[in-house]
Design a protein around this ligand. Structure first.
Ligand code: 8YV
Length: 325
């Protein structure tokens, strides 16, 4: 077998580079345009690519690709047409589990920040408006005792549920919104009896907080739209650490501006790195730049898993964290 050649589209932390260098030749780029990615993937120079979620592998590119595998540096893989990859014999892998806690921590940070008006409060202070405490100063929504509705009780949804229970919230969930499928006690593990599965309509209308933990698919695109936002409580807070297009961002801007809901905490956006017009000006939008998994341990865990996937793919083996259509 010739020496495997790996292409990493943006620098990843250790132990990723060391694992790859131990198995073959490695080229690490500092971000790649769609054009550069296409050239590289179709050149026949690389066996396996380790991309970011912003690097798109659509059916058209995959039809021309001369690679054995794509080891995504992410748990989400909506940037890859997995069915088309399979059609062309290209393996796909992701990095599950190692970022569950970090992403749930980010969701909780957004929930708390949006509920307690952290952005507004911080600006107020920095702009020199703080002249003394007051009973009505920057009062936010209750958290303890409030109801959190989780859309998608997968690995990250469960980690979020644990955090919310620690804050003494009531946790309800819908597994596969908008259509649901029943979740067994076994699947819920230690959350069984502590969280309640409800229909999507009920979740929308009764939750004080809604946190999104669904993958981006055709069914979940614009799951949160103008109609859903209208049906949410006027005191509700929306949290999104999943994928931007799960929310109709223009509709959300209108809902936040018209106070149809109280606030939103967002880590992901519909058209990253751009924000919908008006979003950044809203005091009740608490925003982070897609840093959900940005903890040292999660990022090195992701690098390890992506590199392990890549090495297996280069050897023609099934990657340990394989994604199939
Ligand atoms: C990004 C993510 O991959 O894992 C995912 O699905 O969206 C994130 O962890 C990460 O920000 C890439 O650097």
């Amino acid at each position: 077998m010739s020496t495997p050649r790996f292409l990493v589209t943006r620098e990843i932390p250790e132990p990723g580079p060391s694992i790859l260098k131990g198995a073959g030749d490695v080229v690490i780029k500092d971000g790649m345009s769609a054009h550069e990615l296409r050239e590289a993937v179709t050149s026949g120079e690389y066996d396996v690519v380790l991309p970011q979620v912003s690097d798109k592998f659509d059916a058209e590119l995959l039809a021309q690709a001369k690679i054995r595998g794509i080891a995504n540096y992410a748990v989400g893989y909506n940037n890859i047409d997995v069915a088309a990859a399979a059609d062309h014999g290209i393996a796909v892998g992701n990095t599950p589990d190692v970022l569950n806690d970090a992403t749930a921590n980010t969701a909780m940070l957004l929930l708390l920040g949006a509920a307690r008006r952290a952005h507004e409060a911080s600006e107020y202070l920095r702009e020199g408006k703080f002249t003394g405490i007051g009973p009505n100063l920057l009062v936010g929504q209750d958290i303890t005792g409030a109801t959190l509705g989780i859309a998608g009780m997968g690995r990250i949804g469960k980690a979020m549920a644990h955090r919310a229970l620690g804050f003494e919230m009531t946790v309800i969930f819908t597994q596969r919104p908008p259509e649901d499928r029943p979740v067994s006690e076994d699947e819920l593990g230690d959350l069984a009896g502590r969280v309640t599965q409800v229909p999507w309509d009920e979740l929308i209308e009764t939750s004080d907080y809604i946190s999104l933990h669904v993958p981006l698919t055709e069914d979940t695109t614009h799951l949160i739209n103008a109609e859903v936002l209208r049906r949410m409580k006027s005191t509700a807070v929306l949290v999104n650490t999943a994928r931007g297009p799960v929310v109709d961002e223009n509709a959300l801007v209108r809902a936040l501006r018209d106070r149809e809901i109280f606030a939103a905490g967002l880590d992901v956006f519909e058209n990253e790195p751009h924000l919908a017009e008006g979003l950044a000006d809203l005091p009740n939008a608490f925003l982070l730049p897609h840093v959900g998994s940005a903890e040292v341990g999660s990022r090195s865990g992701m690098a390890r898993k992506a590199a392990e996937n890549a090495v297996a793919m280069a050897r023609g083996e099934t990657p340990p964290y394989e994604v199939t259509p």
